[in-house]
Design a protein around this ligand. Structure first.
Ligand code: SF4
Length: 355
């Protein structure tokens, strides 16, 4: 069965300008997200993994238009055929089509939306941050925190808000006695439940989970992960799950995208990537997962050197300075995404011969 696409990203870039000199001129760019194509299906959980600074959080926030994209297109819940038509027009690079392209992009491409259109779309996209003790206002009562998105969006009347509040709080495992308390009166896990409740109040289609369990104790992490899984099923939610914790992503994600220095280097079904990784960087990440059996010996792949500077990424394959399989072509040509099997793809010149 064809899966419906919720978000379709084409050639997305997010650069942060670097200024220098006495006149604070633009001298370079930090290429946090660099030319990414990605489709996220309705009802799936896509895990975004990679080392710190690889661009996974920036990609998530750019998708939600929290950070304005530097270049590229983001189509949110658009007709697939219309998107393809528009992409064909853009690819043709015919100046005669410019007016038509601009008109269509204003209608379909989130990067071209007005403030009003973006704010209307906000209801359908929410975010849960890493640390609930920072993402919840300490001076607000829980009932106000959770109802705030509904009040801001003017979606419901006062009575309906109370009904929705009660439903959502029960859904995440909190009761009426919690309404009139402040965030500091809760444990870390309960605070994250409040943050999840706040994200759910507007009945979104998409939630960006930005390391939602990283700040929690291990015992609480599993409770929150199980809750997120249940909620996803119950409300048919689409998650973008950003994390550096591979076992978490293995548990919760349907697909995984591995990022390195602003690019996706491998993407596929969770099982396929874990059992049959094709990119040397993915292999190295997977080799770092601890095995819960002291008898089992596991070969750990140690990556040499640091992640290169995203202001001046290496030519060719960005991973080549740290890759033990690198050959001349890797230093010159950027590898393109190639299909491995089904929807498992990898960007490596040598994936067929090395694994
Ligand atoms: Fe390594 Fe070359 Fe593959 Fe890059 S393209 S991951 S450098 S083998």
């Amino acid at each position: 069965m064809m899966k419906e696409t919720l978000i379709d990203i084409r050639s997305l870039k997010k650069y942060y300008p670097v200024k220098g000199g006495i006149f604070r001129k633009h001298i370079a760019d930090v290429k946090a997200v660099d030319d990414i194509d990605l489709q996220i299906h309705k009802g799936e959980c896509l895990g975004l993994v990679g080392e710190s600074g690889c661009g996974k959080t920036t990609l998530g926030k750019t998708l939600l238009n929290i950070h304005k994209a530097t270049e590229g297109r983001i189509y949110f819940d658009q007709d697939k055929n219309e998107v393809e038509e528009l992409e064909k027009l853009i690819a043709a690079e015919n100046p005669d089509n410019l007016q038509k392209i601009n008109k269509l992009r204003t209608k379909m491409d989130m990067t071209q939306y007005s403030r009003k259109a973006i704010s209307e779309l906000r209801r359908r996209m929410q975010i849960v941050f890493q640390d609930p003790s920072h993402s919840l206002d300490p001076r607000m009562l829980v009932k106000k925190i959770v109802a705030e998105p509904l009040v801001c969006q003017k979606l419901l009347g006062a009575e309906e808000i109370q009904v929705r509040l009660q439903q959502i709080m029960e859904t995440v495992g909190l009761s009426k006695q919690h309404y009139n308390r402040y965030p500091h009166e809760f444990s870390g896990g309960q605070r994250q439940r409040i943050a999840v409740a706040r994200a759910l109040t507007t009945h979104p289609d998409l939630i960006l989970m930005d390391e939602p369990t990283s700040a929690l104790d291990v015992s609480v992490q599993s409770q929150i992960l199980n809750l997120l899984k249940d909620l996803q099923k119950q409300f048919n939610l689409t998650y973008i799950f950003v994390t550096h914790h591979l076992l978490v992503v293995k548990f919760i994600s349907d697909r995984i995208a591995v990022m390195y220095l602003g690019k996706i280097v491998e993407i596929g079904k969770t099982k396929a990537v874990f059992e049959n990784a094709k990119h040397p960087y993915t292999k190295a990440l997977l080799s770092a997962i601890p095995v819960p059996d002291p008898e089992t010996e596991k070969e750990r792949i140690i990556l040499e050197g640091d992640v290169p500077n995203p202001i001046d990424p290496p030519n060719g394959c960005r991973f080549h300075p740290r890759c033990s399989y690198a050959v001349d072509i890797c230093k010159k040509d950027l590898p393109l995404m190639e299909n491995v099997d089904g929807d498992h793809s990898v960007a490596c010149h040598r994936w067929k011969e090395i694994f």
